[in-house]
Write a protein that binds this ligand. Sequence first.
Ligand code: DLL
Length: 433
Amino acid sequence: MIWNEARECMSREDMNHLQSARLRKIVDRVYHNVEPYRKKMQEAGLEPGDINGIEDLHKLPFTTKDDLRDNYPFGLFAAPQTDIVRIHASSGTTGKATVVGYTRKDIDVWRECVARCCTMAGLGRDDIIQVAYGYGLFTGGLGGHYGAEHLGATVVPMSTGNTKKLIDMMIDFKATGLMCTPSYLMHIAEVIEEMGVKDKIKLKATINGAEPWTENMRMQIEERLGIHAHDIYGLSEIMGPGVACDCIHHKGLHIFEDHFLPEIIDPKTLEPVAPGETGELVITTLTKEGIPLIRYRTKDLTSLSYEKCECGRTTARISRFKGRSDDMLIIRGVNVFPSQVEAALLTVDGITPNYQIVVDRVNYQDTLEILVEVEERFFSDEIKALEGLTKKIGHTIQQALGLSARIKLVEPKTIERSMGKAVRVIDKRKFDN
Ligand code: DLL
C-alpha cells in the first residue's frame, strides 16, 4: 500500500520547513532555466536570494494559462528536451492547447501521488482497477494508469468508449476499483441497472474527478452502486490527476503539500482570503522539473483547512470545488455556478443528476432554462405529477439562486451522455453579437 506516512502525517512545522527548502530550490531552477520567469522576477525586482521560505511566497508574480499559451509549446520548460520523457496537453477553449512536459522524476512523483489517492480510497495490491478516463493527451488515462500500477494493483486500461464492454469486463474480471469522471460513473451505474447485473458487480471504490460534482451526487452514486466514490483533483498544468483526493471520511480533499504549495486568493483583489473562506486556488509546484509553475492561478474556487483529519493525515484539505472563477454565469445580474444548480436539483426526490443549463438572450433579456431528467415513473403517471414536479423544481431553483428558471422535464437518457466531461452549460449568449 502507498501510505506515505512520513509525508502525509508530518507536523505543520516540518511540512513548512520542507516546503521552504523546496521553494528556494524551485525558484532558483526557474530563474536560471526559464527566460520568461527570469524576466518576470526581474521586473518585480526579485532575485532567487530574496525568497528565503514560504513566508516570501507572496512576493513572487503569479502565473496564468496565458503564460503557457504565450510560450507555446515549450517556452516554460525548465529541463532540456533530452530529459523530457512525456508530453501532455489540455484542449484550450480558445487558441492553442496548453502543453506540459515531464521528466522521468516528474512521472515518478505523479505515479506516487495517484497511488496515494488509491490508498485513500482503500485500494491496494489485491485490487483490479479499471481506468476509464481517456488515454492520450488528456492526463486522466495515463495518470490514473501509472498510479494504480505503482500501487501494485492489476490495471485494466479501458479508456472510454464502450460502456457495455466495460461492465462485462468488470463482472468477468471481478474488478474492485474504477477511475472515471463522475458523470461517466453515473452513466455506468445506469447501464448496470439497465443490464440487470448489479448483483454481479464486485466494485468497492471509485476515484472520480476532472469535473465539478456535488456531495449529493457522490452520495447518490454510492447508494446506487454500493461503493465509496472518491473525489480526485488535478490539472494538467500542475501535473494531472492526483494533486489532491478525499479519504474515506469524505471531508475535503487532502492536497499533497510536499509537492504542491496551496494558497487561496480573492480572484478580484488577488489578496489572500481568511482561512476557511472561498477563493481561487493558487498552486506552486515544489518538485516539478519539466515545467515548474510558480503561483499558478487555477481559477478553481475552493477553501483550505489545516485541521487534522480523522484519518490521521495532517496535510491541508481543500473543500469540494465550487466551480471556477471563470465558469461563473451571470444571469440577469445574478452570479450562478452550475454546481449550485446541481446541488439544488438533487434535493428534489425523483431527479437524476443529469441536467443541462441553457442560457440565452431574447430581447436583451437573459433566459435560463434547465433541462432535467426525471425518473421514468413520472412519465407513466398522470400529467398532474409532472406539473407538480416542475413547480417544485422551479421553486427550489428560485430559492437556491434567487432566479426564476424555465424547467423542462425530460425522459431518462434524453440528455446526451459524455464519456469524458459532461456538457452542463450551453451559453448561447456567447454567439450573438
Ligand atoms: O481534468 C486532470 C484530471 C483527470 C483530474 C482525471 C482528475 C481526474 P484538465 O483537463 O487540465 O485536467 O482540467 C483541469 O478540471 O482546473 C478543474 O477546473 C477541473 N477539475 C479537475 N478535477 C476536479 C474535481 C484534469 N475533482 C480542470 N472537482 C481543473 C472539480 C475538477 N473540478
